[in-house]
Design a binder for this molecule. Sequence first.
Ligand code: ZN
Length: 258
Amino acid sequence: MNLPGALADRQMTLPGWTPEHQERLGKSRVFLAGVGGVGGVVAQYLAMAGVGELVLVHEGALEFPDLNRQTLMEMSGLGKSRAGLASERLSRQVPGCRITAIDARISPWMEPLAGSADLLVDARTNFEERFLLGSLARKLEKPLVFAAMNGMEGMVVPLRPGSGPCLECLFPEGDPAWDPLGFPVLGAISGAVGAMAAVLSIRILSGYGGSPDSRMTLFEGMDLSTRSYRIAKNGRCAACREGAEEQGSDHEKIWRRE
Ligand SMILES: [Zn+2]
């Protein structure tokens, strides 16, 4: 998508931002899993930055409790498909951004859609869908931005399966403590995490500032602090089929705090 010049003016003045960065965004297609509290904000900022095409995947209709955080949703949409609502809203907000909306859970049949994308973004709330998307990223060797939140905390991780760690390197068995339906949410924390994931996505797509380091960043909303851990492949990761030897790292060892 070519944004009208004036719309891109402010980011074009970023130090080191060139027309090539903007052009890369315009030619980019992003496969986005989730348009809720985190994913909706990612979608908005990617569209506003000039990303050419978004594939939005989210199952289910809008319910009242969603409205404390899902910035693409409006009360008039109660009972309607959230994927469809997100598409309608973004089309009004940034006309020209091509959008495909799919009201479904992440499934293996979506491989061609993921394969045609330049970046996958994971903003789901359950590990079943996260692992499916992670496995598509690994198979297709696509960069993946992982974003998650719970209560007053958030987490963002850029992953490059193949050359770097995959999702299962970090979470070999998911996290049974995650409750996909009942976890507490302050909407502003979702927004903060979504914005961080959008920054990573824009850098990966445009090349601005080079590739983001392989780091897991944790955000603590109570004191507005972040902690960053360098991440590496887990030698015992069955999904990566690497490091069958015993010296593989334990889960704790894959993070090196800096
Ligand atoms: Zn792995």
